[in-house]
Design a binder for this molecule. Structure first.
Ligand SMILES: C[S@@+](CC[C@H](N)C(=O)[O-])C[C@H]1O[C@@H](n2cnc3c(N)ncnc32)[C@H](O)[C@@H]1O
Length: 134
């Protein structure tokens, strides 16, 4: 949440979420960044796809099985970035629904980054490409 707030990005949480994301938990996690970020929560993937938040832009899935390295990927301003759960990543059906699948290059003998670190790296690269000054 803090990373999204700092980069001026919106944030959606699609259940099932790996964290117990209660309203109280959101307020606690947001600390004093709460005024800058209000996560939109969706009860399921289907609910999300029917929502206004899913209306525009490519769905860019971040996955260790991505076909394109982040350093070769050209972001568009209205891209939606999708990150998976810490435990299991993203289900196969949602993998297939993504418009693009992007991998952040890491050492071959390491499994994966954590989700917040992945989002920070992705948002920093997208901001660099578009020279965003949030
Ligand atoms: C801890 S990882 C999930 C690990 C899970 N066991 C899996 O195999 O997908 C949490 C999320 O961070 C993102 N992620 C982690 N490392 C990544 C990488 N090297 N490239 C792209 N996304 C990554 C993905 O969105 C992933 O679903």
């Amino acid at each position: 949440m803090r990373t999204a707030a700092c980069f001026g990005a919106g944030m959606d949480v699609i259940e099932p979420c790996a964290f117990p994301l209660t309203d109280k938990g959101i307020r606690k996690a947001a600390m004093d960044y709460g005024a800058a970020i209000a996560p939109v929560r969706h009860a399921s993937w289907n609910t999300y796809t029917e929502s206004a938040e899913a209306g525009a832009g490519r769905l860019v899935l971040f996955t260790t099985a991505g076909a394109t390295d982040l350093w070769d990927f050209a972001f568009e301003p209205d891209d939606r970035m999708l990150f998976g759960r810490e435990s299991a990543g993203v289900p196969e059906a949602i993998h297939a629904a993504a418009d693009c699948r992007v991998r952040i290059p890491i050492r071959a003998d390491m499994r994966s980054l954590n989700v917040a670190m992945s989002a920070g790296i992705a948002l920093a690269e997208a901001s660099r490409q578009h020279r965003n000054n949030p």
